[in-house]
Design a binder for this molecule. Sequence first.
Ligand SMILES: Nc1ncnc2c1ncn2[C@@H]1O[C@H](COP(=O)(O)OP(=O)(O)OP(=O)(O)O)[C@@H](O)[C@H]1O
Ligand SMILES: [Mg+2]
Length: 497
Amino acid sequence: MQYSLKMQGIHKHFPGVHALDDVSFDVEAGSVHALVGENGAGKSTLMKLISGSLVPDEGSIEVFGEAVRFRSPAEAQHHGISMIHQELTVVPERSVASNIFLGREPRALGGLFIDYRALNTQAKALLDRLDVRVDPTVPISELSIAQQQMVEVAKALSYNARVIIMDEPTSSLTERETATLFRIIRDLRADGITVIYISHRLEEIFEISDRVTVLRDGRTIRTDATADLDEDTIVSSMVGRTIDTIFPKREVEIGETILHVDGLSGNGFRDVSFSLRKGEILGISGLVGAGRSEMVRGLMGIDPVDGGSIDLFGQPVTTPRVAGMMRRGFAFVPEDRKEEALFLGMSVRDNLVVSLLSRLFRSGLIQYGRLGEVTAQYIDKLRIQTPSQGQLIRNLSGGNQQKVIIARCLALKPSVLILDEPTRGIDVGAKAEIHTIIGDLAAQGVGIIMISSELPEILGVSDRIVVMKEGRVAAQLDRTEATQDLIMQKAATGGGS
Ligand SMILES: Nc1ncnc2c1ncn2[C@@H]1O[C@H](COP(=O)(O)OP(=O)(O)OP(=O)(O)O)[C@@H](O)[C@H]1O
Ligand SMILES: [Mg+2]
């Protein structure tokens, strides 16, 4: 058996964190190897050691039988290892081709100028190999996240990568885009390329991987052939205990109407009407691009609306604005949390209490001790992994950063909570935790609007489901009548049955 990678006795410390503790990890050449574990288990850190962006404190790494010690991503790339990071690192204003060959552009006239014709031809050849139909000359920012993801794969190929690491590549892809990525992964494997694949979606692991390694608290728990595993075994290895990943929906008494939206229109959504009652969880489903995020952003007053009316607790809201909506008890967890919601240079505590603070400032009552208490409470409730409240949020793992944003909104004790893809990038244990919290809030009378692209989540949590298609409401379904098939049908065709 040939191994593309062998790691032995790997340790990595950060201040206050033993991120990797005696990890061993072997990957067979030409296989798809999945790496799973809870948020903060050490997956990204381990991959950064292989791809040269971090150096291990201890331990050995062999690449195709050769002992290596990478001090930079360039050295790892030289050995055929390429990593596609959890957060994409593209230069938005540059073209697709420039992004693929950044810093390595073919040159003309003795190296004085970039040879754009050669650049674009070479980029096109790589994209063709992946069967990705994208114009190499357009700015990469014009591409969807999925297409940018494919460009990153093309970039990896441009380094003649023999090992490609994908750190949660599908967290913002649609099902169809995921299928395309999987086709590409299978083609890569057929060409003898090794793919290391990180995901919190276990059904993907079963679909695409040959072997699975589970990490927990920085330790390797097990490595098995995927065919020998089932979902329960993976989950209990990940969390170290057996958990129910599906919580029965909590039965809550639904109260009076608190929000009524009538004919709301704006950029990307038209004539949207629905109402929300006390204690009700309203799921919003639809394909990516159906205008779901745009609609709630309009409702929240983040983006302008150009028509329709909003009635809140029987009072008309003429022009929604964020500050005013928050004062009226709205809280919002946006889809793009990293870009929009995190203050990367600030601590976990400050990120968690920032919205609460502005409220307390207004009331003239700031109790700093209380802020620490609130933070401690949510760190515990959502099991946010951090060495201290003062840790900079940029040092937390991707999923733990997400949990902080959700905690920020929960701490506001809102009367209407809007969540856009609340469990994207969040591990199975914490996901169940978040569903329980949503259920508890509903029981306390909070009205909840939840956008989710995961149908099991929508079906499991919602009382009522609004299905959007092309910016409009295609259907409103009660939980008793909703099924995956019916939602998909409404989302795709708007009609049917
Ligand atoms: N630069 C850093 N400074 C300090 N601590 C860090 C740093 N990078 C990672 N950590 C810590 O190391 C641990 C492992 O983090 P890592 O990002 O590898 O987790 P992960 O398994 O990728 O989680 P997720 O599923 O949330 O992405 C976490 O406790 C994290 O807070
Ligand atoms: Mg990670």
